[in-house]
Design a protein around this ligand. Structure first.
Ligand code: FES
Ligand SMILES: [Fe+2]
Length: 490
């Protein structure tokens, strides 16, 4: 099916089934060199995105939500939540400024055209029941399919038929008994892609070294400890944190280092003495050992603050890593060990995980070219109401602040002023960023179902994938423009 769809502010766009919607006639440009200019500035369209928390949608009124460069009018009725384009087809007034006089409808504030949840014009209040324009072709407001999962409204703004929502929304949203704590209130003044590239590289070890979680609960400053992006494993919709995969069955521990060093191909093990890297000049990093001392003291408390999380059945797809259309998962999905005995005694001597709350996912949604909404979803699996209360207390008193503000504001502080179009010289630890950009450009130009060919570096085994997921073994392209080769390795 091919049709022409008018999208407010964006002119005429060719439309069709989700796999067919392609801005370049389905031709994917050559994926070599610097491809940042090929990344769609308002994100990929043919995917489900979080729209708003369901309980924020008012009764009898509507609200405006801007995303992917468009304004949506969101309202409730007949037990559902609807999203229409926020432009009245009559003369362009804003539907979101209107009222819901009749259940399941929104009335435009200007001449009172009334629209139902499907966008049909069902009445014209200023002209009466015998209005001759009412319901005529062309009087529809464009409606976007929505679905509510665990208190979050998701929306499909693609031009094609909606894809199965399970492909785009993390598995914990479908697990019975799971509870998702989420935060929809954070906006970053940067582009969505810039916001999302801030993951699966080596920045955690430096930028977040003085994050409170790193100071108190984990080792945040050892070189190589968190650079999981150098060995990305393609999963069909994104990349797993490859570091853990690469280290399976290997012994990368060197010297007195208490953490695994993740090394680039050809790189010798760093000289680590007592948890600190020693440079030829005698410099030591981190400069002090106070982090590890504090960790001994605060580790048990951090352990006590861990919450039970659901277990993914699709580990290959939903463990930590990058996922289309713009999700980064930063935490293990494995539940902590069963808690027995008095909590304080049980915690003594324990160290507290990554410190990020629950199954931590950050999802970016382009608002405009230089504004990004950053959603945080935290999957938990409370066993009963009392445990849910405890989880909520931990989240609202500590987990939200530390994960989403203290930790993430460090990211934002850098990205806001990053010169994204400057030439780059990438390192091996940027390999995943390079692979991710190729994936985004492939899906943007080729369509949602266009196969993405990727060679897992170093011949690492791909995770077990469904037969429909393509993992190619062909070689990567070389390139120029000051970039490293196709996998980002120097
Ligand atoms: S502009 Fe909406 S009813 Fe006239
Ligand atoms: Fe970060």
């Amino acid at each position: 099916m091919t049709s022409t769809i008018i999208r407010p502010g964006l002119g005429h766009m060719p439309g069709g089934d989700s796999g067919d919607f392609t801005p370049n006639g389905g031709r994917v440009p050559r994926l070599s060199g610097d491809i940042r200019h090929l990344i769609p500035k308002l994100g990929l369209r043919e995917y489900w995105y979080p729209l708003v928390g369901a309980n924020r949608v008012p009764k009898k009124k509507s609200m405006r939500v801007r995303m992917l460069g468009e304004d949506l009018c969101v309202f409730k009725g007949q037990g559902k939540i609807y999203a229409l384009t926020d432009i009245c087809p009559h003369r362009g007034a804003r539907l979101s400024e209107g009222d819901c006089h009749y259940d399941g409808t929104i009335s435009c504030p200007y001449h009172g055209w009334v629209f139902d949840g499907e966008g049909r014009n069902v009445a014209v209040l200023s002209e009466g029941p015998n209005s001759i324009v009412c319901g005529k072709p062309g009087t529809e407001a464009r409606a976007y399919p929505t679905q509510v999962l665990k208190g979050v409204v998701f929306v499909w703004m693609g031009d094609g038929e909606p894809a199965p929502i399970e492909e785009d929304v993390p598995e914990e949203f479908f697990i019975p008994g799971s509870h998702i704590f989420f935060n929809e209130h954070i906006f970053w003044r940067t582009n969505w892609e810039v916001a999302l590239e801030n993951s699966m590289d080596s920045h955690v070890q430096y930028l977040h070294r003085d994050n409170l979680q790193a100071l108190l609960g984990g080792d945040g400053a050892s070189p190589g400890g968190g650079s999981s992006g150098m060995r990305p494993i393609f999963t069909g919709t994104g990349f797993q944190g490859g570091g853990q995969q690469a280290n399976r069955g290997r012994n990368n521990r060197g010297g007195n280092n208490t953490r695994q060093q993740q090394l680039m191909p050809g790189q010798a093990a760093n000289n680590i003495v007592n948890g600190r890297a020693v440079y030829p000049e005698g410099w030591k990093w981190p400069k002090h050992r106070f982090r590890s001392n504090w960790r001994q003291i605060f580790g048990p408390f951090m352990y006590m603050l861990q919450v039970r999380t659901p277990q993914m059945t699709q580990e290959w797809k939903w463990t930590g890593g990058h996922r289309l259309p713009g999700i980064f998962g930063g935490a293990s999905t494995t539940p902590p060990p069963p808690k027995t005995g008095f909590p304080l005694f049980r915690a003594i001597g324990q160290q507290g995980g990554s410190g990020l709350y629950g199954i931590y996912r950050r999802q970016v949604v382009a608002v405009d070219e230089w504004t990004t909404r950053v959603w945080y979803h935290h999957g938990t699996l409370p066993r009963n109401k009392l445990e849910l209360l405890w989880f909520a207390f931990v989240y609202f008193s500590w987990g939200r602040w530390t994960s989403e503000y203290n930790f993430s504001q460090q990211d934002m502080s850098v990205m806001m002023h990053q010169v994204y179009d400057a030439p780059e010289k990438l390192s091996g630890t940027d390999a995943e960023v390079v692979a991710w950009r190729k994936l985004v450009v492939t899906k943007h130009f080729g369509g949602r179902n266009f196969p993405y060919a990727y060679e897992n570096p170093e011949g690492l085994p791909a995770p077990e994938l469904p037969a429909t997921v393509m993992v190619s073994t062909r070689s990567s392209n070389g390139n120029g423009n000051g970039h490293t080769n196709g996998n980002g390795h120097s």
